[in-house]
Design a protein around this ligand. Structure first.
Ligand SMILES: [Mn+2]
Length: 473
């Protein structure tokens, strides 16, 4: 059932082919446990492992100190590089997510909002064209907040001082440029990465490090940030240039619950069409008093997208984006905005990992074990993401992008029993809905969520494995 290129919906083995954990038996064990996990990504380990021997092998694997995130992901990263074939620019979206676990586990740290867990900093490759196809994960850095413990009992000013005394490399925020530098260095020849980061990365030292490493980036910035022009913020400087009508965009509604959960960062809003304007220019920012950077100031491009006339009582849409790219025309400014618009896909990826692969329900008793398990789920979550992403693309794509003829035949047979009909020339959307239907999704209920899609996918992959077995006999 292999396809010539790209992605095949039920095959994960290729993502683990090139692993090198320093022990061939360990490599083989990884392939075995990964293939079992892939059959049912959302199920618990005891359910995924068919035999007692497999279960023991899995737990031994997850307890082995030779098993590292980079080692396990080697194959997936190299497949991700292969999927960049023929592309001159690739977006690399970076972000951090929190993984929360119930109960006492060894080595976890306190995380925001209460409870224990760890953080994972990720880099996800996304095609730079309008398909925005997720190509795979390029790097993962799991870490724990150690400051919470180290700073216990300190006064506020002692805490500030402790933070200032850290070198750039010791600072948590350096993970952004470190991963960007590392990921860029290993990309195939001729592929230029544009690194995309949210406002957490608007930090002088980080921007300076990106410049020194000559990396391309689009980073969301604080509109009120000071510039070298006396008393003028980034927004003030840009306000001196004339704005053009940009786009009309639908704004999705946001409830009170989300507003409360985000502590005001994402206020509640009504559904509306927002008319946006755009302007751009060059701005210069200066390093702060406690900066570790040896560059005194930085000149970069800034693009301002804003809603000049928001409805009464609604927060206006506003983005300021910093970029290394030259921006002198509307087209160039639009390119910067479009790079940033691909950022939300990493948020979807985190949902695929947490809900689609049920990562936070894993019953492993230590940070190290959980991190090893995470690395096995990284390629699986990516595959679920691709399925949902292509299934929801505004321009319908044929199901053949991800499914071969036999897959579709099997899907038809499985759904016949439920009197669910798939069109003769199915699109990716038809195929995604069909997979979700196996998980109990009802077509009229709109796009399937991660839970139901993960469940349907589990059933499909299981059925495919049985079918293949039956044909071999
Ligand atoms: Mn973030």
């Amino acid at each position: 059932m292999a396809r010539k290129s790209g992605v095949n919906v039920t095959e994960i083995a290729g993502e683990f082919e090139e692993v090198e954990l320093g022990d061939t038996r360990l490599d083989e064990r990884l392939r075995r446990v990964a293939s079992l996990c892939a059959i049912a990504p959302s199920e618990s380990f005891p359910e995924q492992m068919e035999t007692v021997a497999d279960r023991e092998a899995l737990y031994r694997f997850l307890a082995n100190s030779k098993v590292t995130v980079n080692g396990v992901l080697r194959g997936h990263i190299s497949q991700t590089h292969a999927r960049m074939d023929g592309q001159s620019v690739v977006r690399v979206v970076h972000d951090t997510s929190t993984f929360r676990f119930l109960g006492e586990r060894e080595g976890l740290g306190a995380i925001g909002g209460g409870g224990n867990g760890f953080l994972g900093h990720f880099a996800l490759a996304i095609a730079a064209d309008e398909t925005r196809e997720p190509l795979g994960i390029l790097g993962v850095r799991p870490y724990i907040y150690k400051d919470a413990v180290a700073h216990r009992g300190m006064t506020n000013s002692e805490r500030v001082q402790a933070a200032r005394n850290k070198t750039r490399d010791e600072k948590k925020s350096s993970r952004w440029e470190q991963l960007a530098i590392e990921v860029s260095a290993s990309l195939p020849q001729g592929v230029r990465p544009v690194h995309v980061m949210d406002q957490e990365a608007d930090d002088y030292d980080l921007l300076a490090a990106m410049h020194q490493a000559k990396l391309s980036y689009v980073i969301r910035a604080c509109p009120g940030r000071k510039t070298t022009e006396a008393g003028l913020s980034v927004k003030d400087v840009l306000a001196k240039t004339s704005a053009q009508v940009f786009r009309t965009v639908p704004v999705t509604p946001r409830g009170e619950r989300k507003a409360t959960l985000s502590r005001g960062r994402h206020p509640a809003r009504q559904e509306r069409e927002a008319t946006l304007k755009i302007r751009w220019g060059e701005i210069t920012i200066r390093r702060g008093q406690y900066s570790h950077s040896d560059i005194p100031d930085l000149t970069l491009s800034a693009v301002h997208v804003f809603e000049p006339e928001p409805p009464d009582g609604e927060e206006p849409i506003e983005w300021v984006l910093f970029s290394s790219e030259a921006v002198t025309t509307l087209e160039e400014a639009t390119t910067v905005v479009d790079h940033y618009r691909a950022r939300w896909i990493i948020e979807e990826y985190f949902k695929a990992l947490k809900t689609g692969c049920a990562f936070e329900t894993r019953q492993l008793m230590s940070f190290d074990g959980l991190v090893r398990a995470l690395s096995i789920f990284v390629p699986m979550a990516w595959r679920l993401l691709v399925l949902r992403h292509l299934g929801r693309a505004p321009k319908p794509r044929p199901a053949g992008v991800l499914f071969d003829k036999e897959h579709l035949l099997l899907l038809r047979k499985l759904l016949d029993k439920r009197r669910y009909k798939i069109s003769a020339k199915p699109t990716m959307n038809d195929a995604m809905l069909a997979i979700a239907a196996l998980g109990g999704h009802i077509k009229n209920n709109g796009d399937p969520g991660w839970l139901v899609l993960g469940r349907g996918f589990t059933k499909f992959v299981e059925a495919e494995a049985v079918w293949r077995l039956a044909r071999e006999m």
